[in-house]
Design a protein around this ligand. Structure first.
Ligand SMILES: [Zn+2]
Length: 429
């Protein structure tokens, strides 16, 4: 008979080693198809990001952004096509010659002239794209699938012959015919393309559709699979995650998600998502402490502010307010934090000057101020804070003044009457 199982013994439980991110819904065994622990980032702020309504990057700004992203450890930088303008051509050359660790790519139409220009600039690889949806075939370039396939083979063969990496992507993949898609990807895989790309150019896909398409494609090609998701309906991060689970290998991002319309998968948001899936991989590969600096550079350059609710760096991303949350956070931050702020060079903040506050949080502040007060005192002052905060929220300074007044009054034993004399937050300055 088997010995009774010791229910406290969880040392063999795979989830235990992943603490503090523990979920009973995590897969018990690794999925061999999934790449959530070995993905690469193609950072496209200098290509997709240039399509953001406010964006204009001069050469110096592009170099600054490229260096900041390289220092963070992104795998690739994708640049605007050298065919776009003379300055774009020169910038491709400049950034290719910076000697960065990240590989430099440029994004071009599936056209021999564009491919030749790209090679001239000295980039490490070329991301070729062509529209295959019926909309684009009818209303944009007007070419049929035979023509598109023939053109793709010609351009890819040329780029490979120059010793460069090449990706072939369709545009608007989720509104393209599946048979068309698979047959063109199969054809380019056969001639040695490095990556095929799926692009949700219009932001219409949901995670389930992404999973199915990538999974199907994974069984048809041997090369890597890159995915590009627009965020029109708020699915860009979830779609990227679903793609990696289904076997995609590369994800396109931009800083703060800037891009055409309302943009693509944001770099910070993707890193937050992937950190919860495999913290060690993400922490070892990318310098997460630099996210804020990179976002500030880009936000400044395109004249926007970092959104209040931004992943990781939004001003309230690590602010805890409700009394119940504050108490638990002070005991163990993992209770209400899936991301450890110190990993991102961010600071946790427990907000206490409001009517939802709790005495444990106030007690924590008393300890920080090194005031000699009891739990009973903390409860009394908390009641007063709630009363005053019904008039208006108190600043931390207001709270500190109240605590200090209470503390000094306690020495002459009139601390309770002090509370009665304070009837407005305005008295606490
Ligand atoms: Zn795009």
């Amino acid at each position: 008979m088997a010995p009774p199982r010791d229910t406290n013994d969880t040392t063999n439980d795979i989830d235990r080693v992943r603490e503090p991110i523990v979920s009973p819904y995590m897969p018990k065994y690794p999925d061999p198809m999934s790449n959530v622990s070995k993905f690469k980032i193609i950072e496209s702020t200098l290509r997709e990001g240039e399509q953001f309504a406010n964006a204009f990057f001069d050469t110096a700004k592009k170099v600054e952004i490229a260096k900041a992203l390289d220092a963070m450890g992104v795998d690739y930088l994708e640049l605007t096509s050298p065919a776009a303008s003379e300055q774009s051509y020169n910038d491709c050359t400049t950034i290719s010659n910076l000697g960065l660790k990240a590989k430099i790519l440029t994004h071009t139409r599936c056209h021999m002239d564009d491919a030749r220009l790209a090679i001239e600039t000295g980039v490490d690889g070329v991301d070729v794209v062509i529209g295959t949806s019926s909309y684009l075939r009818e209303f944009s370039h007007g070419k049929d699938m035979d023509y598109i396939t023939q053109k793709a083979v010609e351009v890819i063969t040329y780029i490979k012959s120059q010793g460069k990496e090449v990706r072939f992507s369709t545009e608007d993949s989720f509104r393209s015919d599946l048979v068309d898609l698979l047959s063109i990807y199969k054809a380019v895989d056969k001639i040695g393309v490095d990556r095929v790309g799926i692009a949700d150019t219009v932001g219409c896909a949901n995670p389930r559709q992404v999973y199915e398409l990538v999974r199907t494609l994974r069984s048809v090609v041997n090369c890597d699979i890159e995915c590009h998701f627009h965020n029109d309906t708020g699915c860009a991060i979830a779609n990227a995650y679903a793609a990696l689970e289904a076997g995609a290998t590369h994800i396109d991002t931009s800083v703060l998600g800037i891009g055409e319309r309302n943009g693509i998968t944001p770099l910070g948001g993707l890193l937050a998502r992937m950190y919860t899936a495999d913290k060690a991989y993400v922490k070892n590969k990318y310098d997460l402490t630099k996210i804020r600096d990179v976002e500030n550079i880009v936000a400044d350059a395109v004249d926007v502010t970092v959104p209040f609710n931004n992943y990781i760096t939004g001003y309230c991303a690590f602010t805890h307010k409700a009394g119940i949350h504050a108490k638990a956070i002070l005991n163990n931050p993992s209770t209400y934090e899936i991301l450890d702020p110190t990993d991102f060079n961010q600071t946790r903040y427990v907000s206490i000057g409001h009517r939802l506050t709790g005495w444990n949080a106030v007690k924590n502040r008393i300890e920080q101020l090194k005031l000699d007060l009891t739990d009973e005192d903390a409860k009394q002052v908390t009641q007063k804070i709630k009363e005053l905060a019904d008039i208006r929220p108190l600043s931390l300074e207001n709270v500190d003044v109240l605590l200090r007044q209470y503390h000094s009054a306690k020495e002459s034993s009139n601390h309770l009457s002090i509370l009665e004399t304070v009837v407005s937050p305005d008295q606490l300055t």
